[in-house]
Design a protein. Structure first.
Lengths: 307, 365
């Protein structure tokens, strides 16, 4: 005999099964597209590298991770700290930070300008901001090369104005990479900033003026705290892809201003050291995660102290 | 026309809004008005009459196209809002959502660079004034509409402005709360002794709260006076029509003396009516009589204006009698229902309308 309780339990079981079944497509996509590849990377980083790329399956080795931090001399096998990797990591982080701050600096007034236009004009301005997305990033970066190279627009203009006698070397320096990244990521900063600003009731700004706040004080005490979610979102959207940027440093920075993305690509390409590449990728991910944790915690703390 | 000290004086103020591709809009047309110190002054008019524009010019959010705005004799028209000792209570309250109640109230004082102890004392005082002490650490989103209203008031009063501007602050509240806040506002004005300039489209609000009212229409001030003046002695048709209900009677002016005029109404009688200030009208004039200033009587000799009762509308506290006058036109009489029980009049009955002479007011137009 089946009791009421058994029937109820069977119902609960069936309900649970149905929920799993319904969420299965989403779970499969998440696993295959996001978590799965990460496991593959993790696995590869602990394998022996193959002779012509790839890895030797089943042969466990810590070499990949070892090579992230140390370099073994080819001739006498002495170990030295991998300062090249460190300097590339440091360049990636510092350039990404500067890119984030610079896009914020230029993006904030841009977003403010759009948000304060009449409704029908805003869409047009937003449209203008998104126009660069229509062109492939590689082409846009090569266009940037035309601007920055020795015979490019910037140098020609400066020389025509007799401000300089010989062209300034901009290409293949950190500056070129910075210019390129700011240009590429600026819309990613403007859009979330705009989304936050659009929600601001500009009567609050009037209320601020009315209560004796000057323009700077209104900006600091009213607008910035209210746009804070947009600042956080925009910074994340710019900082993360900057850290892993590949095309821009490759085209504008060359071999001298390499960033993490290029270093990783090198391992999977000419370097034929997939375990090292995988280990570097995971290192990059850990750096991003740590940076995000620190940033989000501090940013929301700043907001919390406000009220 | 200014007696006593004028807190705010607008002299020949015009404001034209120019927008690209469209006709320019004249929101204020050569407006002059003097607001006295410590008075509760109301700008009353329908939407689009320019009352909010005038308030924004005083606050400094907009600048006049022409004219001067004096604050205690000093022209403030070119000053930005943060340099004017004037504060505003906004229609939507515009409380800062990222701050607590207390932080909202202290904002103005902090911007003025007041010492910390003074700010704290003042905030406590303000919280007490608007009875919000227990809410000081709440976020503004966590309090009700009426409470937000109180915080907005406290925030605007905290820096002790010379003039407080209120832009339809009660319009978002429900009826009962609005009644309470009307009394509350009057009390605050009395206790603080600050000049209040109040903008509303609600005539009842204006009549109950104000010391003086300016009735505005289409960018002009039509009449300035005490609530009783405005109600009993409307100078122009718009004012008579906008505030309360009224009966318009056409007639011919026969003679005039000492502010009074003899007028033969087309409806029949010859009456004495009060003339408005300024140049007296002549010839064909309009006279207004408030429904409650007239009574209804049975047809007969006493009846000033004979007619027929066409409708009786019962309102609880009072009853409206619609009388079709014999010579054309309709006249409404309002009777206070002092005693319980029905009315002695019936629809269709021949009746007469009577009113005492001072009840009739001649309009300028």
């Amino acid at each position: 005999m089946t009791t009421v309780r058994e029937i109820a339990e069977a119902n609960v079981q069936r309900e649970i099964r149905r929920r799993w079944l319904l969420t299965a497509p989403a779970l499969i996509v998440i696993f295959l597209a996001a978590i799965g590849p990460l496991f593959v990377m993790l696995l590869y980083s602990f394998m022996v590298k193959g002779d012509y790329g790839d890895v030797k399956f089943g042969q466990f080795s810590l070499d990949g991770w070892f090579n992230v931090f140390f370099t073994r001399d080819i001739f006498d096998d002495t170990l030295t700290f991998a300062d090249a990797h460190l300097s590339i990591l440091w360049r990636s982080i510092s350039l990404s930070l500067i890119t984030t701050v610079t896009t914020l600096f230029f993006g904030f007034p841009t977003a403010y300008f759009i948000a304060t236009r009449p409704q029908h004009q805003r869409d047009t301005w937003l449209f203008v901001v998104t126009i660069p997305f229509w062109t492939n990033i590689l082409i846009r970066t090569f266009a940037m090369q035309e601007v920055l190279r020795n015979e490019g627009i910037v140098n020609s203009a400066l020389m025509a104005m007799h401000l300089i006698n010989s062209p300034i070397q901009i290409m293949f320096t950190n500056w070129a990479v910075l210019f390129g990244m700011v240009y590429v990521y600026l819309p990613l900063m403007v859009l979330p900033l705009y989304a936050s600003m659009e929600k601001i009731d500009f009567r609050l700004v009037e209320a601020g003026y009315d209560l004796y706040a000057t323009r700077i004080q209104v900006l600091r005490r009213i607008i910035i705290p209210l746009v804070n979610p947009g600042i956080i979102a925009g910074s994340i959207l710019v900082f993360i892809p900057s850290l892993g940027a590949y095309v821009t440093p490759r085209v504008l920075g060359g071999g001298k201003s390499m960033m993490l993305g290029n270093l990783i690509e090198l391992q999977f390409g000419q370097g034929r050291d997939w375990p090292l590449g995988a280990a570097l990728s995971i290192t990059l991910m850990v750096v991003v995660t740590l940076a995000l944790l620190v940033y989000v915690r501090n940013a929301s703390k700043g907001e919390g102290s406000h009220g | 026309m200014v007696n006593g000290k004028a807190a705010i004086e607008a002299i020949g103020v015009s404001k034209v809004f120019q927008s690209a591709g469209q006709d320019s809009m004249k929101a204020l047309d050569n407006v002059s008005v003097a607001i006295r110190e410590n008075e509760f002054f109301t700008l009353l008019g329908p939407s689009g009459c320019g009352k909010t524009t005038l308030l924004r010019l005083i606050a400094g959010f907009d600048f006049p196209t022409e004219g001067q705005i004096l604050l205690y004799g000093e022209d403030i028209a070119p000053l930005p809002p943060y340099k004017r000792p004037v504060n505003t209570v906004f229609q939507s309250y515009a409380l800062f959502p990222h701050m607590t109640v207390a932080q909202n109230i202290s904002f103005g004082l902090e911007m003025l660079g007041k010492p910390k102890e003074e700010i704290e004392a003042r905030v406590a005082e303000m919280l007490k004034l608007v009875q919000m002490e227990s809410m000081r650490n709440r976020k503004t989103s966590q309090i009700s509409g009426g409470q937000q209203q109180r915080v907005a008031l406290a925030r605007a009063l905290a820096p002790q402005p010379k003039v407080l501007l209120l832009d339809e602050p009660l319009s978002a509240l429900d009826y009962k709360l609005r009644k309470e806040m009307q009394i509350e506002l009057k009390r605050l004005q009395h206790e603080t002794g600050i000049t209040f300039v109040f903008v509303t489209h609600d005539q009842e609000e204006a009549l109950t709260m104000s010391d003086r009212i300016a009735v505005m229409s289409k960018g002009n001030i039509l009449q300035v006076g005490s609530p009783r003046d405005i109600y009993d002695r409307p100078a122009v048709r718009f004012v008579a029509n906008f505030i309360g209900e009224t009966n318009f009677l056409e007639g011919t002016l026969i003679s005039q003396a000492k502010g009074e005029a003899k007028i033969t109404l087309y409806a029949g009688a010859t009456i004495t009516a009060i003339l408005p200030d300024g140049p007296a009208p002549a010839g064909k004039v309009t006279v207004v009589v408030r429904p409650e200033h007239a009574s209804i009587v049975a047809a007969g000799k006493k009846a000033k204006l004979p007619g027929k009762l066409v409708n009786i509308v019962y309102f609880g506290t009072d009853t409206h009698y619609h009388v079709a006058l014999s010579k054309g036109g309709e006249f409404i009489v309002r009777h206070q229902n002092i005693h319980s029980g029905g009315t002695e009049f019936k629809v269709g009955q021949a009746v007469g309308v009577v009113f005492e002479d001072p009840a009739a007011q001649v309009l300028k137009d």
